[in-house]
Design a protein around this ligand. Structure first.
Ligand code: FES
Length: 105
């Protein structure tokens, strides 16, 4: 299990325990975390799972697809921007804190 902390713009947080192999996007959707849409189902084709990750230690480098798709994110892209569907519990992290953008579509 991994702990994912979602920080929202209003100051609230959701802490979700997710099983290995579950992405940041999927964990949000299955637990009703607001602000993550995941329109394409995790195929890196929509950018509606955009999150900001302040500490990216241990995470994989941006793939070409992720990099291109982040340019289409509804909210501002920063050097902390990642696609939540590409960050997988167990494979990439044990504990992770992400900030949810104010707009996703
Ligand atoms: Fe579509 Fe992540 S769910 S890019």
């Amino acid at each position: 299990m991994a702990l994912i902390t979602y920080q929202h713009a209003d100051g609230s947080t959701d802490e979700i325990q997710a099983a290995e192999g579950i992405s940041v996007m999927r964990a949000a959707l299955t637990n009703g975390v607001a602000g993550i849409v995941g329109e394409c189902g995790g195929q890196a084709m929509c950018a509606t799972c955009h999150v900001y990750v302040p500490d990216q230690q241990g995470l994989p480098e941006l793939s070409e697809d992720e990099d291109e798709m982040l340019d289409c994110a509804a909210d501002e892209r920063t050097d902390q921007s990642r696609l939540g569907c590409q960050l997988v519990c167990g494979e990439h992290f044990a504990d992770l804190t992400v900030r949810v953008p104010q707009v996703q579509v």
